[in-house]
Design a protein around this ligand. Structure first.
Ligand code: PMP
Length: 427
């Protein structure tokens, strides 16, 4: 029995399903989850000492690669001064200023400790600002696990077949309208009927929770337009896309403005951080400057702020995003070529350093229905083939993959060599 198998058996006795976040359990792909022991740059090592090239990168935060020495050093030095104060610190303002300078349409920002808290608070704020209750989200988009947003959700909820979780009161679920991502016509129809009741649209500007699905031209623009027309707010959930698809996130990449932006993952450099921010007149409604309550014992945690600040500083290196994007393109184009050569129906998507691949005969995947129609058993066989040969991919076909600044040309080539072998086994 491998050490991971032993650890998984033991974990299941005291932790539901043996994991603290469902997708980690390998339910989608089968088999035993790999227990990690350490990570460095593009690599992770499991509890048996086996090394993998990692394309999950902690589900996005590690855009510099794991355990970047400068980030680790900052964390150690900051920790020596205390782990949490529950009082304001200068660092919070420094990180807030940095985000407001870098992220378009962000005048003010509030820090929280997870993406879930960021989106949950953003929704409450949008409801308070507009004095309306209904919200629109898109099927297959995941915005964390707060009640209003766990309706037809993506990621682990979709994988486990509980996109709308039991436990969410029906009266609350009734206020969440779920539409088809990339279907502008449907959005317009919905607003024509209910526009004056809709507080906000929340959207992953590039979806990373039903695999990777970018917006079709005009879709994000349509969302902006209807929100303006009907006095609703547009929330871009950039928890995944922020500092990932481009330095200025999806707003910068697509040139569409949101009213509220949620962030997480990269801005904490691997420490637990989330944030929501946006227009000053909206953000001023948050307590204590306004009446909309929101709080957190560990919010603005000094070590997390320091890790985030150092990470953002390192992302400013000249050409960082160009290189990251080029490596991602090289990987997905390489995979496409190998699949074509092997005669396996396959297509890919990527924006910046977020990518996805699909076992399907569709030329391009742009919506939820197409994602759901992909060949899951073939994905699972590919996943396990890669895993056995030392490449760690997201353990479910409904998840995006992530490149880091630490992945080298050799890592990409090694991955493609292994992929060629695995494709050959899938014929
Ligand atoms: N929004 C998006 C777009 C996400 O991808 C995630 C998590 N993957 C969340 C929100 C929730 O963030 P967290 O897991 O930190 O609560």
């Amino acid at each position: 029995m491998s050490r991971s198998e032993e650890l998984f058996l033991q974990a299941q006795k005291t932790i539901p399903g043996g994991v603290n976040s469902p997708v980690r359990a390998f339910k989608a792909v089968g088999g035993t989850p790999v227990f990690f022991e350490r990570a460095l740059g593009a690599y992770v090592w499991d509890a048996d000492g086996k090394q993998y090239i990692d394309y999950v990168q902690s589900w996005g935060p590690m855009v510099l690669g794991h355990a970047h020495p400068e980030v680790i050093n900052t964390v150690i030095e900051t920790a020596k001064f205390g782990l949490s104060f529950g009082a304001p610190t200068e660092r919070e303002t420094t990180l807030a200023e940095k985000l407001c300078n870098l992220i378009p349409n962000m005048d003010m920002v509030r820090f929280v400790s997870s993406g879930t808290e960021a989106t949950m608070s953003a929704i409450r704020l949008a409801r308070a600002f507009t004095k309306r209750d209904k919200i629109i989200k898109f099927e297959g988009c995941y915005h964390g696990h707060s009640d209003s947003l766990l309706i037809k959700a993506g990621s682990g909820a979709l994988t486990l077949g509980v996109p709308s979780s039991p436990g969410v009161p029906a009266v609350l679920a009734d206020h969440t309208l779920t539409l088809d991502y990339n279907n502008a016509e449907q959005v317009r129809e919905c607003f024509a009927k209910l526009g004056d009741q809709i507080a906000c649209i929340i959207v992953e500007p590039v979806v990373g929770n039903m695999n990777c699905v970018p917006p079709v031209p005009g879709f994000l623009e349509c969302l902006r337009e209807v929100c303006d027309q009907y006095g609703s707010l547009l929330i871009f959930d950039e928890v995944m896309t922020g500092f990932r698809v481009a330095h200025k996130g999806a707003q910068g990449h697509y040139g569409v403005n949101a009213d509220i932006i949620t962030l997480g993952k990269v801005i904490g450099g691997g420490m637990p951080v989330g944030a929501f921010g946006g227009r000053r007149d909206i953000m001023q409604m948050i307590a204590p400057s306004g009446p909309v309550y929101q709080a957190g014992t560990l919010s603005g945690n000094p070590v997390a702020m320091a890790a985030g600040l150092k990470t953002l500083e390192l992302l400013e290196q000249e050409g960082f995003y160009d290189k990251l994007c080029a490596r991602t393109t090289e990987l997905v184009e390489g995979l496409q070529r190998l699949a074509d050569e092997a005669g396996i129906p396959f297509t890919t998507n990527h924006v910046g350093s977020m990518f996805g691949f699909f076992f399907t005969s569709e030329k391009k995947v742009t919506n939820f229905k197409q994602v759901m129609a992909c060949d899951i058993p073939r994905f699972n066989a590919f996943f396990h083939g890669m895993l056995a040969r030392g490449v760690y991919l997201a353990p479910a076909s409904y998840e995006a993959g992530f490149m880091s600044g630490a992945h080298t040309e050799q890592d990409i080539q090694a991955t493609l060599t292994i992929a060629a072998e695995v494709f050959a086994t899938l014929k």
